[in-house]
Design a protein around this ligand. Structure first.
Ligand SMILES: Nc1ncnc2c1ncn2[C@@H]1O[C@H](COP(=O)(O)OP(=O)(O)O)[C@@H](O)[C@H]1O
Ligand SMILES: [Mg+2]
Length: 161
C-alpha cells in the first residue's frame, strides 16, 4: 500500500524563463525543499536567482516547467501561493513617511492579518515603545542618515545583488 506523505513545501521541476527579447534567464532547473529544511540558492550575477524567486513568489511568469509552493502551482493558483508564503525582500518595503504602526497596519490589511496581532508582535521584538516614530527613524541610528535627501539607505547596508 502506498504511504501517504506530505508534499514538500517547494517543488521546482524543469523550470525555464526566457524574457521577452530572448534572454534565457533560467534554463531548466529542478529542486525540492523538504519540510524544515533551510535552502539557499547561490550563483554568480545573472545566474537567474532573482528570476527563480520571482517565479516562486508569483511575480514572474515562467516560460516552462513547474513550480509548486505548498503543493500549489504558481501559474494556476497564484493567489493561494501568496497566501501560503511569507516573503522578506532584500530591500526594505517600508514606507519611510509612515510610522512603524502605520506600516504594520497597512500590511496587516493587505494580507488580512487581524490588526490586534500588531501589539503582540511589537511587544515580542521589544519595539512597542517606538511604534509611533516614522519608519526612517527606526534603523538604530538616531541621526538617521536615510533622512537626508539622496541617501536612501545607511552606508553600512550590504550592496544589492
Ligand atoms: N526583466 C528582465 N528582462 C530581461 N532580462 C532580464 C530581466 N530580469 C533579469 N534579466 C536577465 O536575466 C538573467 C538572469 O537575471 P537574474 O535572475 O536577475 O539573475 P541573478 O539574480 O542570479 O543575478 C540576466 O541575464 C539578466 O540580465
Ligand atoms: Mg538577483
Amino acid at each position: 500500500m502506498m504511504q501517504v506523505t506530505r508534499r514538500p513545501p517547494l517543488i521546482v521541476d524543469g523550470l525555464t524563463k526566457t524574457y521577452p527579447g530572448g534572454v534565457r534567464a533560467v534554463r531548466g532547473i529542478s529542486f525540492e525543499v523538504a519540510d524544515g529544511e533551510i535552502f539557499g540558492l547561490l550563483g554568480p550575477n545573472g545566474a537567474g536567482k532573482t528570476t527563480t524567486l520571482g517565479v516562486l513568489t508569483t511575480l514572474v511568469r515562467p516560460s516552462g516547467g513547474r513550480a509548486l509552493v505548498a503543493g500549489l502551482d504558481v501559474m494556476n493558483e497564484p493567489l493561494a501561493v501568496r497566501r501560503a508564503m511569507g516573503v522578506v525582500f532584500q530591500d526594505s518595503v517600508l514606507d519611510n513617511d509612515f510610522s512603524g504602526f502605520q506600516n504594520m497596519r497597512l500590511h496587516a490589511r493587505l494580507w488580512r492579518v487581524p490588526e490586534d496581532r500588531i501589539a503582540a508582535l511589537l511587544d515580542a521584538v521589544g519595539l512597542a515603545g517606538r511604534i509611533g516614530r516614522r519608519a526612517r527613524l527606526q534603523r538604530g541610528d538616531e541621526t538617521a542618515p536615510g533622512d537626508r535627501p539622496g541617501s536612501a539607505r545607511p552606508a553600512a547596508d550590504p550592496a544589492p545583488g
